[in-house]
Design a protein around this ligand. Structure first.
Ligand code: HEC
Ligand code: HEC
Ligand code: HEC
Ligand code: HEC
Ligand code: HEC
Ligand code: HEC
Ligand code: HEC
Ligand code: HEC
Ligand code: HEC
Length: 389
């Protein structure tokens, strides 16, 4: 045992210089084996950088079959992804697909194409918690909770892999909503607001989200929304700098509030914000998504005939033009428009101050006379008594 022990030692001494490379070689071989082992272990999980995901997912043929029998394409266009905001910022696939760590993937359980979206969209919350929270009370989430699977979630409006600025150009906004609200969108495109947006790329006119909001879209059919709606239109229509560009009057709100219709709506909005009103708001006369210029013959308020039709929705007995003629619309009375009202007003503006003024002067002079008389009398009596002293 000893001899066999000594032998290598001796041999080692003998070949001292050569034996060290041998050990180094063995160590290297072992290290290589070990590292191969590590490589194969990590290969079972796969590298998680975007390039390795795209090795498989940039194949246009890659697809899987869903429970419904529908095929789901698993192709992700690398160019499109890299041009997106997330691709530009080097966001990793696995930052959104947090449950995937290489291949094989955990088993996916999708009923149909819609289910792929509904199971995955909440991943956006991770980096956009504020927008996610805003959507929770929106009409879309209300509809979703009520079982309407078609209500919009993040990726319906933004896509998953091709996210770019959703408001540039501005026409993108109604086009986004049009995917599901095409009837309304078609009306809007032909309205005075929509035409200006699509023909002139006008930055002032409202798109869907100026009136409805975006992530927290509320219910536009409530009494509260209706009562507050004149202020919604007024935000722009009382903005003198904006309206002067189009030669449109900014008196439309004051004149509306001053007349019998608007006064009540304004009062209700402050005191009973949830009570329905039968008085008209701006959109009862002008339309909602189909508002036309007042010079357009198709406007609900342009011709006497159209206007009468508009009034008759609530005043069914109004049959003659004299009904609308008795109403001043948004005009303030002037010698040109509504001269009778103007001169009656003027009459009151002049006669009433004059009458009251004259009355006041008369009373003042009377008081003055009486005071002077009494004071004068007292003075002469005092003069008399001082004479007596
Ligand atoms: C070796 C090829 C391969 C690689 C690498 C790969 N995948 Fe897949 N992926 C597939 C195949 C095949 C399917 C079909 C379903 C399955 O086999 O699990 C799939 C399905 C998917 C799905 C849809 C099903 C589900 O789980 O929601 C997603 C999402 C996905 N892969 C993301 C990724 C991401 C992210 C990476 C990178 C970390 C990646 N894949 C890397 C081949 C691959
Ligand atoms: C910003 C988050 C995000 C990023 C980054 C992301 N995905 Fe997705 N991905 C999703 C969402 C959400 C879905 C669900 C599908 C939908 O809503 O259309 C999805 C769906 C998928 C699917 C299923 C097929 C499909 O298109 O619906 C595959 C495959 C996939 N992603 C692969 C990838 C790969 C590969 C990358 C990286 C190159 C990647 N994803 C990057 C969010 C993301
Ligand atoms: C109904 C369509 C719609 C849905 C659903 C939607 N968005 Fe948006 N989002 C938009 C539009 C339109 C804009 C542009 C708003 C603007 O420019 O004022 C926008 C803007 C954004 C922006 C950039 C501006 C900002 O507010 O920071 C982010 C980030 C965003 N959305 C994330 C999300 C996320 C996350 C979800 C899901 C929780 C979501 N969005 C759901 C339509 C939508
Ligand atoms: C890993 C973090 C991360 C996740 C997850 C993520 N985003 Fe983003 N997103 C960003 C960053 C960073 C920006 C750029 C800064 C910003 O606008 O907040 C951005 C910007 C955006 C923008 C604005 C685009 C622009 O050009 O103005 C939208 C819209 C958006 N993300 C939508 C989504 C949607 C939809 C999802 C889910 C499918 C999602 N994001 C998931 C990080 C993320
Ligand atoms: C993916 C489809 C989809 C997209 C995109 C979408 N919506 Fe919707 N929206 C729905 C569905 C579904 C409902 C629920 C309809 C219902 O209950 O009658 C709804 C409801 C609404 C409501 C409430 C309607 C009511 O009667 O109370 C408003 C307002 C609305 N959406 C506005 C928008 C706007 C603005 C956009 C674009 C920024 C948009 N939607 C984008 C599908 C969508
Ligand atoms: C000038 C403001 C304004 C603009 C712009 C606008 N809306 Fe509306 N929207 C309203 C008002 C006001 C109502 C309530 C109408 C009512 O109760 O009769 C409404 C109602 C709705 C409704 C629910 C009632 C219905 O008719 O189904 C939906 C959905 C809707 N709008 C979507 C959109 C979409 C999509 C766009 C863009 C293409 C858009 N809106 C543009 C003001 C606007
Ligand atoms: C975001 C700003 C904005 C909001 C909100 C808005 N408008 Fe307008 N509106 C405009 C601008 C700007 C024009 C001029 C467009 C043009 O002539 O090119 C216009 C034009 C009009 C016209 C045509 C005037 C004419 O005869 O030429 C009417 C009527 C009108 N709006 C009514 C409304 C009503 C009613 C509402 C509320 C339901 C409303 N607007 C909300 C900006 C707005
Ligand atoms: C009872 C019906 C009625 C109501 C309510 C009403 N309007 Fe009008 N509006 C009209 C009529 C009629 C005209 C056309 C006047 C004319 O040109 O002879 C008009 C004209 C306008 C114009 C064009 C002004 C111009 O300078 O060309 C705008 C803008 C307008 N209205 C906005 C509004 C707004 C905003 C509200 C709510 C605050 C409102 N309207 C409420 C009937 C109404
Ligand atoms: C959305 C419904 C609605 C529309 C549209 C409407 N009105 Fe009225 N209007 C009312 C209500 C409600 C009253 C209050 C009636 C009452 O108190 O007895 C009223 C009152 C009046 C009055 C006061 C005298 C009266 O009958 O009490 C006049 C004048 C009038 N409206 C004219 C018009 C004209 C002109 C139009 C069309 C340009 C019009 N209205 C459109 C609902 C409407």
């Amino acid at each position: 045992m000893n001899g066999s022990n000594i032998f290598p030692t001796r041999r080692a001494a003998q070949y001292g210089i050569r034996i060290r490379p041998l050990f180094v070689g063995i160590a290297l071989a072992l290290a290589l084996a070990a590292s191969l082992c590590v490589v194969s272990v990590s290969f079972a999980q796969g590298p998680t950088d975007n390039q390795s995901c795209l090795q498989c997912h940039s194949n246009p043929e890659l697809s899987m079959t869903l429970a419904s029998g529908e095929p789901l394409s698993l192709f992700v266009d690398s160019d499109v992804f890299h041009a997106s905001i997330h691709g530009t910022l080097n966001v990793q696939c696995v930052q959104c697909h947090t449950d995937i760590q290489g291949y094989p993937h955990p088993p996916a359980n999708y009923l149909d194409r819609r289910d792929v979206t509904l199971q995955n969209y909440r991943t956006c919350e991770g980096c956009h918690p504020d927008n996610y929270r805003k959507t929770l009370d929106s009409m879309h989430q209300v509809a979703l909770a009520g079982g309407n699977r078609n209500a919009a979630v993040c990726t319906d409006c933004h896509t998953a892999h091709a996210v770019t600025d959703p408001a540039t150009p501005r026409t993108r906004i109604p086009q986004t909503c049009a995917q599901c609200h095409s009837t309304i969108s078609d009306q809007y495109i032909k309205s005075v607001h929509g035409e200006a947006l699509f023909n002139d790329n006008n930055p002032d006119v409202p798109t869907c989200i100026d009136c409805h909001g975006v992530h927290g879209i509320g219910d536009p059919t409530t009494a509260r929304f209706r009562l507050n709606s004149p202020q919604l239109c007024a935000k722009c229509h009382t903005d003198a700098a904006m309206m002067s560009k189009y030669g449109i009057s900014t008196n439309v709100l004051n004149t509306y509030i001053a007349d019998f219709h608007g006064t009540t709506v304004e009062l209700f909005a402050k005191q009973h914000p949830d009570q329905p009103t039968n008085k008209p708001v701006c959109y009862d006369c002008h339309g909602v998504h189909d508002i036309k210029s007042t010079s357009d013959p198709a406007s609900t308020v342009s011709t006497q005939e159209n206007l009468l039709k508009t009034c008759r929705r609530c005043h069914p007995d109004a049959t003659t033009a004299s009904f609308t003629a008795a109403w001043m619309s948004h005009y303030e009375a002037s010698p040109e428009k509504y001269p009778l009202v103007y001169y009656v007003n003027l009459f009151y503006w002049v006669i009433i101050p004059l009458t009251i003024g004259a009355l006041l002067i008369y009373i003042a002079s009377d008081v003055f006379q009486r005071v002077r008389r009494r004071f004068g009398k007292a003075k002469t009596m005092a003069d008399k008594s001082s004479d007596q002293v």
